[in-house]
Design a protein around this ligand. Sequence first.
Ligand code: ADP
Length: 462
Amino acid sequence: MRIVLAASEVVPFAKTGGLADVAGALPLALEELNQEVIVVMPKYKTIQDSKFKIQRIKQDVSYSVIGNNIKVYFIEKDEYFNRDGLYGDKSGDYKDNLDRFSYYCKRTLELLKEINFKPDIIHCHDWQSCLIPVYLKTLYAKELFYKDTKAVLTIHNIGYQGLFPKEQFPRLGLDWSYFDMEMLEFYGKINLLKGGMVFCDIINTVSPTYSKEIQTKEFGFGLEGILSKRRKSLFGILNGVDYSIWNPEADKFIVRNYSANNIGDKYKNKEDLRKICNLPFKKEVPLFGIVSRLAEQKGFDILAEAIEKICKMNLQLVILGTGDLKYHVLLGNMVKRYPKVISLHLKFDDCLAHKIYAGSDIFLMPSKYEPCGLGQLISLRYATIPLAFKTGGLADTVTEDNGFMFDDYSKGDLIKTMGKAIKTFASAKKWNALMLKAMRYNFSWQESAQKYIKLYEKAKGR
Ligand code: ADP
């Protein structure tokens, strides 16, 4: 099959979260399964030509190669993409995001014609590429070139929908009749994710449990109605992990590589992490790690409520992330009061993330909702035991067998479960067995990519 993957961020070129991990790894797995794949993304300021051996094919289009021969095309337009951020800056989202991403979608559809890549499937991801299915069924509906092209949309987080004021609608180049409750309108605003969901051939999310959850009022963020209507076209395929990047045996960012055969060496990484974090050496104290956006969705509301008590427990905690200012301030204050217990790193730092996955004993992921979650999957491979709230992809991947779960979303249950983990950690024998078990779990992309191919086949049949 000929597949185009359209995503606004792709590892290794640009990343703000799990979407980039998926968009970087899925094409590689599809190529392994003999599919013909290309990727199209915007060319941001941070994507440097020299670093990625980028070659120019047009005044406004260049490409780099990943895997054996997967071309990743970059759409250039300085006015829109030559900025420090991907979607916004300190003062919030860029005001012209509708122009930026509608341009990206239109230019992608034109580019495919120019390079004569007639796709069976365009696989779109999140709101940024949602105008592709919309345009395919409207402005491009009569184009022979796209006669047999189907659109698959993967929703990575239904909480982010791409909402814009009604007044901007004419900029999309669509007739006003599409500004309708059954299409792109959402309570008087333009909703790009909704548009994608209505016009694509198949909707997918990143875990089976989340695909069910988003059909309910509690998790649907107002789009549960549309999803229920389209439930026969709604699927959930779990994300995988790119083990060529996340592998403690070969990880170049960590001080000591290790595997199940020399798992004792993991502790060299714990020592290193504590040193970097200025946390004192304390025998038999578990080190909890967090790598996350600092947002309520990720459980920071209950974590904030519980933090005082947590700091008095027999543990140490390393947090890496950026997000809501209120959590920056609150956690910053806790560090001042408990410098021997908490270490806080308010930044995006890939190297430190690797060190935390390797050096922590327990990976904390108390997300209120979690479409899939990659942190828990990565941490399992590093024998860092996940502790998570039972929701979405966490419920599909963390069990009593490989980690610790709590099912009442409250500070009380979080603290209780952390206590249980600390107690288990005190038994070296039990902990060792748990680590070995965790490492054996396999969430590679191979199986998920096979499921995606089946999904593409299904879309082709529509
Ligand atoms: P999200 O909802 O943010 O996409 P995921 O768990 O799906 O959450 O994926 C998050 C990805 O981003 C993981 O690869 C995680 O390691 C990485 N990540 C998150 N915050 C940071 C950070 N501050 N520094 C480095 N990597 C980060």
